[in-house]
Design a protein around this ligand. Structure first.
Ligand code: URA
Length: 209
């Protein structure tokens, strides 16, 4: 599918299967989410630009590659996005973090923002927006609208599972934002859950109902 990268690394797929199982406990789910987010982060950052820097090893001077440009931003869509942050920050500890809380008003269909905190200079940074589930796409579409209003230009979206309906809506709203996911599932059910999915990601990681 154009604009969508499915991260099919065997370790990702193996961990995802365990996360999907209904008998997987909250503590295992959380640990697996941290592990899988590290692997997803590795893939979503695979083509970052490098620049050469002169350094000195204990033996000699050399030219060595180092990440170019301003620090990355990981933008978490509250609340489930936070579950992906920990593993990603382990891999990129210098990344900046944005938090976006949005919901879609059922009457006006407008995105209502209830929380927004982001680092400065969004226009000059690569922003990786994270939310485990791309279901209807409403919250990720709205969150990215809010980031764009604050200047964000270079954005990628990373999730664990995506529904075809959500991908369609998302790409209509943000054709410039590539999607990275570990799986494209079958469909959304009548309650907006991804099928076969893994249930409510926030509830499974935080042990709520
Ligand atoms: N959000 C979830 O946590 N799970 C779904 O299946 C859909 C949206």
């Amino acid at each position: 599918m154009d604009g969508v990268t499915v991260i099919d690394h065997p370790l990702v797929q193996h961990k995802l299967t365990i996360m999907r199982r209904k008998e997987t406990s909250t503590s295992s789910f959380r640990r697996l989410l941290r592990e899988i987010s590290t692997l997803l982060c590795y893939e979503v950052t695979r083509d970052l630009e490098l620049t050469m820097e002169t350094i000195e090893t204990p033996l000699t001077e050399m030219q060595s590659p180092i990440l170019e440009g301003k620090k990355l931003v990981f933008a978490s869509i509250l609340r489930a996005g936070n579950g992906l942050l920990e593993g990603m920050l382990e891999l990129v500890p210098a990344a900046r973090v944005a938090h976006v809380g949005v919901y879609r008003d059922h009457e006006t269909l407008q995105a209502v923002e209830y929380y927004f905190k982001a680092p400065e200079a969004l226009a000059e940074r690569l922003i990786i927006v994270v939310d485990p589930m791309l279901a209807t796409g409403n919250s990720s579409i709205a969150a990215i609208e809010k980031l764009k209003e604050r200047g964000a230009k270079n954005i990628r979206f990373l999730c664990l599972l995506a529904a075809p309906e959500g991908i369609r809506n998302f790409q209509e709203a943000h054709p410039d934002v590539p999607i990275f996911t570990a799986s494209i599932d079958s469909h959304l059910n009548e309650k907006g859950y991804i099928m076969p999915g893994l249930g409510d990601a926030g509830d499974r990681m935080y042990g709520t109902k």
